[in-house]
Design a protein around this ligand. Structure first.
Ligand SMILES: C[S@@+](CC[C@H](N)C(=O)[O-])C[C@H]1O[C@@H](n2cnc3c(N)ncnc32)[C@H](O)[C@@H]1O
Length: 279
């Protein structure tokens, strides 16, 4: 396991093991350079897999917001070996997001993870909340199939994975906590999935959403979508992770169905942070 991930795990959390250990079980090891990524690809994948990976990634980048190109990329990464390498790029982001969410989720009975991917964080929430029933949804059937297998291998029993689109998913029971880590940004009109999330939240429920919002303008737009969906924003903060050796930024927002809204000064907040990370 990468020492960099392990050493940074926040102290004082009630953990059966650290999130870095948990991610390592999925084959995630922090990659800090393109060279490292290439070496791992060539060492662990076939030549044809390397070529396909590059082609699918480029297609997704060129066709931003094309659901077809994205889905193809995610389906390709559903192979645990390929996913393990690709997601190693984001190992520190997952570590920071997972630790952040865990501290807030404590005590929730029913937890929903929307756009759960291979379930790295879904199973982490389940392990940290052994009395909770955790559900992960993703619109990629292959991804869900792998997530189920991997959770079974890790013997996580309080988790279920379902193939479902987060804009349309319905459940007969509402959730005490809903978590989004970088999935909503993949849906063009944020307000549609957010309205669905509001519908799925129980009274007193909490919605935690972590997205790569790095500017005051994007923050303002996101705020408008959250409020437009009937959610009350109760906390807004910036969280830092390392990516290719530099400090990067995610925005973590807490929403509730009841309570007093906050109104952050986005300009001040994001100006300070861009200086801090030298953008
Ligand atoms: C960047 S990944 C994040 C995965 C996971 N949350 C994590 O942090 O490991 C985005 C995920 O959202 C899923 N996704 C994108 N649009 C979706 C939609 N409309 N409904 C359900 N899942 C979706 C993708 O299949 C992908 O697994």
């Amino acid at each position: 396991m990468d020492a960099n991930i392990a050493n940074q795990t926040s102290a004082g959390m009630t953990q059966r093991n650290s999130i870095a250990d948990h991610l390592a079980k999925y084959g995630l090891q922090l990659l800090v350079s393109n060279n490292e990524f290439r070496t791992r690809c060539h060492r662990e994948l076939s030549q044809s897999q390397c070529k396909k990976l590059e082609a699918r990634y480029r297609r997704m980048e060129v066709k931003k917001y094309s659901a077809g190109a994205e889905l193809k990329f995610y389906e390709f990464c559903a192979d645990p070996k390929i996913g393990g390498i690709v997601h190693s790029w984001y190992a520190d982001q997952l570590r920071v997001a997972g630790n952040y969410v865990t501290g807030i989720l404590l005590g929730a009975g029913r937890i929903l993870d929307v756009g759960c991917g291979l379930g790295y964080l879904t199973t982490w929430y389940a392990l940290q909340n052994p009395n909770a029933a955790v559900v992960g949804i993703d619109y990629s059937p292959q991804t869900i199939q792998t997530a189920l297998k991997l959770a079974e291998n890790l013997q996580v029993t309080n988790v279920t994975f379902l193939t479902a689109n987060l804009t349309q998913y319905r459940s007969s029971v509402q959730f005490d906590a809903i978590v989004n880590v970088r999935a909503i940004s993949h849906v063009p009109k944020h307000c549609t999935p957010l309205k669905n999330i509001r519908r799925l939240l129980s009274t007193d429920g909490i919605f935690l959403t972590i997205e790569g919002i790095t500017s005051a303008q994007d923050a303002q737009e996101y705020w408008t979508s959250l409020v437009g969906a009937g959610l009350i924003v109760t906390n807004w903060e910036l969280i830092h992770y390392s990516f290719q050796g530099r400090s990067e930024l995610d925005t973590a927002v807490t929403c509730r169905t009841v309570g007093s809204p906050i109104s952050p000064d986005f300009v001040k907040m994001y100006m300070r942070s861009s200086k801090q990370i030298n953008l």
